[in-house]
Design a binder for this molecule. Structure first.
Ligand SMILES: [Zn+2]
Length: 147
């Protein structure tokens, strides 16, 4: 499951070796088993909102078009399930990207917290990510100073 939803995350390629990547993933899996309450409820709210939106969209579609009775009954349920699964995967990937960036920074690899861009070898001035424009924070500055 872990590898399936994380397939293709660019942050995974930035670790210096397989072992440090495995260690980071292991650390993260321990941390996410006790998420902060605010993040948890935010995730629940986003999931519930998306499922409700999918349900309403399908209901609207049904008012516009005449469907066979079987589809009328099953489509709203299917829409809610698909929306729920899709949003859950998106949230999981986003959360993992944030966590992986923190792990990279902790290992002295300068990545942008906002977009994951590798900041190796960049000058401290003007001190912004060339990809998204986020100002370097303290940890990025200290890594780049030591390079
Ligand atoms: Zn950036």
């Amino acid at each position: 499951l872990f590898n399936l939803t994380l397939a293709g995350l660019p942050e995974l390629e930035l670790f210096p070796c397989t072992e440090s990547r495995q260690t980071a993933l292991w650390e993260i899996s321990n941390e996410v088993s006790r998420p902060r309450a605010r993040d948890f409820w935010l995730g629940v709210a986003i999931l519930a909102g998306s499922a409700a939106a999918a349900f309403l969209a399908v209901r609207w579609l049904m008012a516009v078009v005449q469907w066979p009775a079987l589809i009328e009954r099953s489509l709203p349920v299917a829409a809610v399930i698909v929306a729920f699964a899709w949003v859950l995967r998106r949230l999981h990937r986003r959360g993992m990207q944030q966590a992986l960036r923190e792990k990279l920074l902790a290992r002295g690899i300068p990545v942008c917290r906002s977009c994951g861009y590798l900041l190796h070898g960049l000058a401290l001035e003007p001190g912004r990510c060339p990809e998204c424009g986020r100002p370097f924070d303290e940890i990025v500055r200290s890594i780049l100073e030591g390079e």
